[in-house]
Design a protein around this ligand. Structure first.
Ligand code: FNR
Length: 366
C-alpha cells in the first residue's frame, strides 16, 4: 500500500502579485493574527509611507540595449545569490502555519533564496540549519545579559549559520495599536523556542511602571555591546534598523560588515521616513565601505530595482511571504520569490540593465 502525501494547497490562478496573497490570507488567518502581522506602530504613518515612497519614485526606461548574457546574480560576504531578494526575519511564524519557519525555509530553499531566521523563531534554529539548501543567516537581538547572548551565538555558529543580522531598532516594542485593539495573543504553539526566558523587547502594559526604570530598558544595549559582539564572532555582522547616516558611520567604526536600512516595517517608531527615502543618506555615509541592504514596503520587482538604483545591493521582504505562508505554505513562499524575481528581470530588461552592476541612479526619472 502506498501512502499518499497530503495534497499541496492549491494556489488560485488569480494570485499573480504579492498583494494578492495579502487578500488571500484573510481566508487563512484570524483577525488578530492579521493585525499582528499587517499592523504598524501608532498611526501607521511610516508603515504607509514605506509603500507610498516607492510609488513616488519613477523609472526611466531604456530601449534597444541588447540583453545577451543578462542575469541577476550577486555575491555577498562570499556567498552567491541568484537574485538580490532575501526573506526578512519575522518572529513566531507558527502563528500562521503549523510548520512555521520550516515551511518558509523549504520555500526559500526551493528558490535558492537567502533567509534570515529571527531570534524569536518558533522552530529550533538547529532544525532549520539542517534543512537549508540556500544561504541562511541569523537575526540576533542582544539579550539582557551577555552570557545568554553568548550561549545563543554559540548555537548559531555551531549550527552553521553564515551571517549575523543584529537588529538594533527595537530595544522596546513599538506602540502597535492595531494589534492591541484586536486583542491578539500569541498562541502557545508559536513561542520563541530558541530563547530560554522571555522576549527581548518590552512594552509597558496598563498597571506596569513606565519604561524608564524597568530592568529591561536599563539593560538596553549600547555601542559597547556591538564592539563586544564583534570580538565574539568571525561571522559577518550586519546591523539592521539603520536610518540615520550618523549611526551608519558609527557602525562602520565598530567593524560591521553590512548595514540594513530598515524601519522594522513601520512597527517601532512611527513618524520616521520610509526606508527607501532614508537609503540615499546612508549610502553617502557608508561610501561603499560595506554592502547596504534595505527592507520595508518591497512588493514589486520594480521596488527592488528602485532600491538597487539608490544604492542597495539587495533587499529583504517581510509580510508578503508570511501572507503566502499562511495561504499556501512552502509553495506560497516560493511563489512570492518567483514573482519578485521575474518582475525584477522584466523591469531590468525594460530599463536597459543586463546585470545588477548596470543598475544605478540613471534608471530613475529625476
Ligand atoms: C518583523 N520584523 C522583525 N525584524 C527583526 O529583526 N526581528 C524580528 O523578529 C522581526 N519580527 C517581525 C514580525 C512581524 C510580524 C513583522 C511584520 C516584521 C521586521 C522585518 O524583519 C522587516 O524589517 C519588515 O517586515 C520589512 O517590511 P515589510 O517587507 O514587511 O514591508
Amino acid at each position: 500500500m502506498t501512502h499518499a502525501l497530503p495534497p499541496l494547497p492549491r494556489i488560485p490562478a488569480h494570485v499573480v502579485a504579492l498583494d494578492d496573497y495579502a487578500d488571500l490570507s484573510r481566508e487563512h488567518m484570524s483577525e488578530g493574527a492579521r493585525a499582528w502581522l499587517d499592523g504598524g506602530a501608532a498611526d501607521e504613518l511610516t508603515l504607509k509611507d514605506n509603500r507610498a515612497a516607492f510609488a513616488r519614485l519613477k523609472l526611466k526606461p531604456r530601449v534597444l540595449q541588447g540583453m545577451h548574457g543578462g542575469h541577476t546574480e550577486l555575491s555577498l560576504f562570499g556567498q552567491r545569490f541568484a537574485y538580490p531578494v532575501l526573506l526578512a526575519p519575522v518572529a513566531h511564524q507558527r502563528a500562521v502555519h503549523p510548520d512555521g519557519e520550516l515551511a518558509t525555509l523549504l520555500g526559500a530553499s526551493a528558490m535558492g533564496a537567502g533567509m534570515v531566521v529571527s531570534t524569536q523563531a518558533s522552530v529550533a534554529l538547529e532544525d532549520l540549519a539542517q534543512a537549508a539548501h540556500a544561504p541562511l543567516w541569523f537575526q540576533l537581538y542582544m539579550l539582557a545579559d551577555r552570557a545568554r547572548t553568548s550561549a545563543l551565538l554559540a548555537r548559531v555558529e555551531a549550527a552553521g549559520y553564515q551571517a549575523l543580522v543584529l537588529t538594533v531598532d527595537a530595544p522596546v516594542t513599538g506602540v502597535r495599536n492595531r494589534e492591541q485593539r484586536s486583542g491578539f495573543v500569541m498562541p502557545d504553539t508559536a513561542t520563541a523556542v530558541n530563547l530560554d526566558a522571555g522576549a527581548p523587547a518590552h512594552i509597558a502594559r496598563p498597571g506596569e511602571s513606565p519604561l524608564f526604570g524597568s530592568p529591561l530598558v536599563a539593560a538596553a544595549p549600547g555601542w559597547r555591546e556591538l564592539e563586544w559582539l564583534r570580538a565574539q564572532t568571525r561571522l559577518p555582522i550586519l546591523l539592521k534598523g539603520i536610518l540615520n547616516p550618523d549611526d551608519a558611520a558609527q557602525a562602520l567604526g565598530c567593524g560591521v560588515d553590512g548595514i540594513i536600512v530598515s524601519n522594522h516595517g513601520g512597527r517601532v517608531l512611527d513618524g520616521v521616513p520610509a526606508s527607501i527615502d532614508a537609503l540615499p543618506g546612508v549610502v553617502r555615509a557608508v561610501d561603499g565601505a560595506v554592502p547596504i541592504l534595505l527592507d520595508g514596503g518591497i512588493r514589486r520587482g520594480t521596488d527592488v530595482l528602485k532600491a538597487l538604483a539608490l544604492g542597495a545591493q539587495a533587499v529583504l521582504v517581510g509580510r508578503p511571504y508570511m501572507h503566502a505562508l499562511a495561504s499556501a505554505g512552502p509553495a506560497g513562499v516560493a511563489h512570492v520569490l518567483h514573482m519578485l524575481r521575474t518582475e525584477l528581470e522584466m523591469a531590468m530588461i525594460l530599463s536597459g540593465c543586463r546585470t545588477l552592476a548596470d543598475i544605478d541612479q540613471r534608471i530613475l526619472w529625476q
